[in-house]
Design a protein around this ligand. Sequence first.
Ligand code: HPA
Ligand code: ZN
Length: 326
Amino acid sequence: RREHDWLAAMPKCELHLHIDGSLQPARLLELAEKNAVAIPHASVADIERACEFTDLQSFLDLYYLGASVLRTEADFYHLMMDYLRMCRQQNILHAEIMVEPQTYAPFGVTLDVVMRGFVAAIDDARREWGQSVLLILSFLRHLSEDSALDLLREAQPWREHFVAIGLASAERDHPPAQFRRLYSAARELNLRLTAHAGEEGPPTFISDALDVLGVERIDHGVRAVEEASLLERLRQDQVPLTVCPLSNVRLCVVDTLQQHPILDLLEQGLCVTVNSDDPAYFGGYLNENYTALRSALGMRREQALALSRNGFHASFLGPDQRADLL
Ligand code: HPA
Ligand code: ZN
């Protein structure tokens, strides 16, 4: 109990969060009704039952269905504000949040509607309690590179609101090399670079994300444990991995949390961090991820502190912004 309180009070940093993954089931149902979007779930219990995933794709089907109920600027404002209030509650001093505009485009929702809502919520949270937030423009890898390049161009009026680009969605059959032009265009625009790799995809996707896309950090990356030479490279170069323990259990990337490699990787000297990925779907926000590591793996205080410190260190904050926070 005391340990739990101590973890809850520890200053934390979230580097891997899909904003659509913070859409709570009750809010999802409310918005579906308000916006007259037909969905095959009638109750919160229904949605919770649908959260028994067998792999990444089985989750993505529900995740994109959930995101399809968001339509208006106010919907995006409330989605962001609900998550930022959770940051305040959980002592998440800084959050780097993935925004995926390609998800809403099929429903006629424009980038301006999405961004006006998100930016208004972030401005309010910054003003009301000093919340620190950076946004990552995250592309969907099951769509084409041309579609991603179109969005990158369309996002130029919002350039100052994004610190980086990312790459998410179905990893199998969509290797990093398919997005080389996107990453080189983003680099030209002085955007920082990250990508999902090595969640369901093989270790070569991690090395390709580094070598072909030039990313600075890797989202997930846990399948690096299968390749000793890659682990050594990640350790040597201190490439941050944004690891998501509860997500990995729910998507069957690991069988149980007891078998999760995060603390072994930390002890081996890799720059691993703790993150929640899609907290509304995976059973917990950042505090729940940290407390689960304590109960399942016996994470010690100094390990929790090291993980949290890695988070701030691996963030895309500039040195001055970082100093202001800590
Ligand atoms: N992997 C890939 N894409 C995603 C995820 C994830 O864990 N969560 C939301 N989009
Ligand atoms: Zn993710």
